[in-house]
Design a protein around this ligand. Structure first.
Ligand SMILES: *Cc1c(COP(=O)(O)O)cnc(C)c1O
Length: 454
């Protein structure tokens, strides 16, 4: 019988991250400061350490992974690459379906891949405290864990609706020693202003980012960490695709299609960009490679947003980034894939999408849960609602293969398990979940507030 789990040894953990900037036909547009001029390292130095800023602006193809980071990665990496044979059989498809399983990390998702180096570089720079925001709780728990690995205090602003809905994520963060506050909070000027306007403000990722950035900018011993979107986060996540390439080499296969859910774009870039590197290098195996970023129809950033300069947060604290955006004051509906409710997208993913090098798809909520349940019933693993988006697209591609008789190799990023999202599955089973397509007028209204640049 063929191997269905393709494993690597600890010694196979990559020694370098891959930076897609080195291979982009159009380099990413620079972030802009409040004056409309390219943001200076000094402006960003208030919230990030030098090593992270260097990575953020680097065009080097390979960037070494510090030994201390590889040591912590060894707690769960290399992650398995698994062939979903039982899912293939259930679908009756000739396609080979593989998933890279990132749910084996302590926090249960791909996010510690970046949380660990971020905590490390901050400690090296003499920082004692980290702030961050979290939606579904995935990033907050990752940075809480990573902070603990390197002896840093962590304060997490958690989107208020999630704070109420996800007590176990909050408790995970507290178990790893972090302080957690519902956002908007009374701790920052942003939070106080919003609560004065509406005491029941449910919060959003954008608001929580504003609060975490405000605190970090105001304290010398404190820096901010972001779980997706920025170039350095996408860089750190390249470990996923780099490992997957080694695993495919072991079995002499190569994917035709690479699929990942897309919130801020780091898990997508992380798995897809190392394969795009082969395409850029003229590798025949990658000649027809397709990479698909999958987003919810309720937060359709790539498929219905605009490629423009916008803020990363609701209050306009962050530099302006050129990215696909739904507008920084976009209020996503309370769908059950919290990690995908962000108005923007990675500038790297955005530029590559704009240049036609990658594809995007938007899928409705009910179809993603259906796919997640089908996956759980064939492969056993209960996927995170975010990951269900990739599963939906992978199943759809496999069904196209069934219709055409093509035996394609499909790889998707199983970004996390859904053990803390069972209440979302409960709503799905009891028929309380709905499809929500963001109305065109609402998209137009928030896009009308894009900052004017140049
Ligand atoms: C955060 C998260 C995502 C979205 O990741 P991005 O890198 O921001 O696109 C997907 N899946 C899971 C399980 C997550 O926690």
């Amino acid at each position: 019988m063929e191997a269905t789990r393709i494993l690597l040894d600890a010694a196979d953990i990559p020694t370098h991250w891959y930076n897609v900037v080195a291979d982009m036909p159009t380099p990413p547009a620079p972030p802009l400061g409040p004056d409309g001029k390219p943001a200076t390292p000094a402006q960003m130095g208030a919230i990030f350490p030098g090593a992270i800023l260097e990575q953020e602006m680097s065009a080097a193809r390979w960037i070494p992974i510090p030994d201390e980071v590889r040591e912590v990665y060894r707690l769960w990496r290399p992650s398995p690459l698994v062939r979903a044979v039982r899912l293939e059989q259930a679908l009756g498809t000739p396609a080979k379906i593989f998933f890279k399983y990132e749910g084996v990390s302590p926090a249960g998702s791909h996010k510690p891949n970046s949380a660990v180096p971020q905590a490390f570089y901050n400690r090296e720079a003499g920082i004692r405290r980290l702030t961050t925001e979290t939606g579904a709780g995935q990033w907050g728990s990752s940075i809480a864990f990573a902070g603990q690995m390197f002896g840093l205090e962590v304060r997490v602003y958690m989107v208020k609706v999630s704070y109420g809905q996800k007590p176990y994520r909050r408790l995970m963060m507290q178990t790893w020693g972090a302080e957690v506050f519902a956002s908007p909070s009374e701790l920052t000027a942003t939070g106080r202003r919003l609560l004065a306007e509406d005491a029941d403000n449910p919060g959003s990722l954008g608001i929580a980012i504003s609060e975490a950035v405000e605190e970090a900018a105001g304290r010398a011993d404190t820096n901010y960490t972001l779980g997706s979107v920025l170039n350095h986060v996408v860089l750190h996540q390249s470990i996923i695709g780099l490992e997957a390439k080694k695993q495919f080499d072991k079995v002499g296969l190569y994917p035709d299609i690479v699929i990942a859910p897309c919130g801020g774009g780091s898990s997508f870039g992380g798995i897809a960009f190392p394969f795009l590197a082969d395409k850029a290098a003229g590798d025949k195996r990658a000649e027809h490679l397709r990479c698909i970023a999958v987003e919810p129809s309720s937060c359709p950033t790539l498929t219905r947003g605009q490629f423009a300069y916008d803020y990363g947060d609701a209050s306009g604290f962050t530099p302006l980034m050129k990215m696909y955006t739904l507008g920084h004051d976009f209020m996503p509906p309370g769908i059950h894939a919290g990690g995908l409710r962000y108005h923007g997208d990675s500038p790297l993913v955005s530029q590559l999408f704009h240049d036609g090098l990658i594809e995007a798809a938007a899928v409705p909520q009910l179809a993603t849960f259906e796919a997640g349940v089908q996956f759980a019933r064939s492969e056993g693993i209960i996927p995170a609602p975010e990951s269900c988006h990739a599963i939906r697209a992978a199943i759809d591609e496999a069904l196209k293969c069934k219709a055409s008789g093509e035996a394609k190799t499909i790889l998707f990023n199983l970004t996390g398990h859904g053990h803390f999202d069972m209440s979302s599955f409960e709503r799905f089973f009891s028929g309380q979940l709905e499809n929500y397509v963001y109305p065109a007028e609402a998209v137009a209204a928030s896009l009308a507030h894009l900052p004017r640049v140049g």
